[in-house]
Design a protein around this ligand. Structure first.
Ligand SMILES: [Fe+2]
Ligand SMILES: [Fe+2]
Length: 426
C-alpha cells in the first residue's frame, strides 16, 4: 500500500490504482483517476475530470469539482462537497454533512442520509422550479402528462417505484388517489414524506395526493393549511402537495377537481387495534417507560368520509370539470370485484355519484377498491363518464396476480374524451 501523509499534488493525467490512500492536503487535478480501494482523507481535493471507482471512500473535508464521477460502492462522509458535474452512481452513499452543488446527479441505487444539503443544479440536468418548467412547456404548446396512481398506504418501495414509473412515462407529476400514507403524527410517517420528497426532487417530479380513508387529513390541514400554493394545493414538502377536498384547478387547459374520503370497512378492527396498542403503552408506562407512543388515530381517522354538509358546500360551485379525481367509487360504477359494498359504504359512494352528476366529468379516476377496472356511467342527459379504478401497492392488494401497472394510469394532457388510455409497464 502507498501512503502520502504530506502535501503532494498530481497535476495532469495522474492515475492512482490499487489500495491507494490519500491523506492530508492532497490535491488531484486534471484527469485524475482513483480506482480500486482508494481512500481520501483530510483536505483532499479532486478537480477536473476526476474519476473514482471500486470501493472509493471520501472522508473529512474532501472536495470534488469538475466532472467527477463516483461509481461502485463509493461512500462520502463528513464535510464532503461535490460541485460541478459530479455523478454518483451504483451503490454510492452520502452521509453526515455532505453538501452537493452544481450539476450533481445521483443515479439509480445511490442513497443519501444524515444532514445532506443540496444546492445548485441538483438532479438530472439543470435544476429548475417544476412549476416554471411546466409553464414553459405550456407556453411552447407542449403536452404534459400526469401519472395517476392508486393507494400507496405509506409503502415507501411502491411510492418510489411509482416515481420511477412517472419518469419512464415522461410524466412530471405523480397524483396519488388517496390512502397516500399521511401520518405525520408518527416518526415513520414524517420519514416517509421526507423519502418521497427526496425521490421527487431527484427525479424532478411533483407528487400530489388527495386524502383517502387512511390519511390523517385534519393534520395535513393543521400543518400546511396556512400557505397553499398558487393552485390551492397544500405544500407538505418542496415536492409533495395535498389536494384538499373540493379543490379545482386547471393543468394544460384541462379542468380538474379532487374529492377525497371514503368509509373504512374494517373500522371496528382498526379501533380495536388502537385500543390494544393504547393498553400496551399504558402498561409500559407503568413499568417505567419514559416515551409513550401515539396510539389514537393511527389506524382509524374520524374525518375519513365526506359529510353531506361538506359535500353540499363543496358543490355550491357546480362548474363542470373534465377530470374528476376521488378516492371512493361512485355508487353506480360496477367493478367485477368489490369488497367495499357494505351498506355503510354506500352514503359516501352516493356523495361521489352526486359530485359526478353535478360536475359532469368525462373521466373519473379513483382508488380505494385496490382493483383495476374500467366502466362507463351514462347520464340521463346523454353525457358519459369513463370511470377508471386503479389498483394499490402490492401489500394491500388481495388479488392473486399482482401487477404494479394496474395501479398506474398515464394521463396525457390536455385531456379530451378521445384521449386514449396509456398502458403503463411494470
Ligand atoms: Fe381507501
Ligand atoms: Fe386503500
Amino acid at each position: 500500500m502507498s501512503c502520502w501523509p504530506v502535501v503532494p499534488c498530481w497535476p495532469g493525467g495522474a492515475v492512482l490504482a490499487g489500495d491507494v490512500v490519500l491523506a492530508g492536503d492532497v490535491v488531484l487535478a486534471g484527469g485524475a483517476v482513483l480506482i480500486g480501494g482508494a481512500v481520501q482523507g483530510g483536505g483532499a481535493v479532486l478537480i477536473g475530470g476526476a474519476v473514482q471507482g471500486g470501493g472509493a471512500v471520501l472522508i473529512g473535508g474532501a472536495v470534488q469539482g469538475g466532472v467527477a464521477v463516483l461509481a461502485g460502492v463509493a461512500v462520502l462522509a463528513g464535510d464532503v462537497v461535490l460541485a460541478g458535474g459530479a455523478v454518483l452512481a451504483g451503490g454510492a452513499v452520502l452521509i453526515c454533512g455532505a453538501v452537493q452543488g452544481g450539476d450533481v446527479v445521483l443515479a439509480e441505487g445511490a442513497a443519501q442520509g444524515g444532514n445532506v444539503a443540496q444546492g445548485g443544479n441538483y438532479a438530472r440536468g439543470p435544476g429548475r422550479n417544476a412549476d416554471a418548467e411546466r409553464a414553459d412547456r405550456c407556453q411552447h404548446g407542449e403536452m404534459g402528462s400526469v401519472l395517476m396512481t392508486g393507494d400507496l398506504h405509506g409503502n415507501t418501495g411502491h411510492a418510489l417505484a411509482s416515481v420511477r414509473a412517472a419518469v419512464r412515462e415522461d410524466c412530471d407529476r405523480l397524483f396519488v388517489l388517496g390512502d397516500f400514507g399521511a401520518w405525520e403524527h408518527t416518526a415513520d410517517g414524517r420519514h416517509y414524506f421526507d423519502v418521497v420528497d427526496r425521490s421527487a426532487r431527484r427525479n424532478r417530479v411533483v407528487v400530489y395526493f388527495l386524502d383517502g380513508n387512511h390519511d390523517k387529513s385534519s393534520l395535513v390541514h393543521r400543518m400546511y393549511g396556512a400557505e397553499p400554493d398558487d393552485e390551492g394545493f397544500l405544500v407538505c414538502r418542496e415536492r409533495v402537495r395535498y389536494a384538499p377536498r373540493g379543490l379545482r384547478w386547471t393543468w394544460e387547459g384541462t379542468r380538474f377537481a379532487a374529492f377525497g374520503g371514503a368509509y373504512s370497512v374494517d373500522k371496528q378492527w382498526r379501533l380495536a387495534q388502537e385500543a390494544l396498542k393504547r393498553r400496551k403503552a399504558v402498561r409500559r408506562g407503568q413499568f417505567g417507560a419514559s416515551r409513550i407512543p401515539v396510539t389514537t388515530e393511527t389506524l382509524w381517522f374520524p374525518e375519513e368520509q365526506m359529510t353531506d354538509a361538506e359535500c353540499d358546500e363543496l358543490l355550491l360551485d357546480d362548474t363542470p370539470v373534465d377530470v374528476l379525481l376521488t378516492h371512493d367509487k361512485p355508487r353506480d360504477s360496477a367493478p367485477a370485484w368489490n369488497r367495499k359494498d357494505l351498506p355503510e359504504c354506500l352514503p359516501n359512494q352516493d356523495r361521489v355519484q352526486r359530485i359526478v352528476t353535478t360536475l359532469r366529468p368525462s373521466l373519473l379516476l379513483h382508488g380505494h377498491l385496490h382493483y383495476r377496472y374500467t366502466d362507463t356511467l351514462a347520464h340521463t342527459d346523454g353525457h358519459r363518464t369513463t370511470v377508471e379504478g386503479l389498483g394499490a401497492d402490492p401489500e394491500a392488494s388481495q388479488l392473486p396476480d399482482y401487477r404494479g401497472a394496474d395501479s398506474w394510469y398515464a394521463l396525457r394532457l390536455p385531456y379530451t374524451s378521445a384521449t386514449p388510455v396509456t398502458e403503463v409497464a411494470c
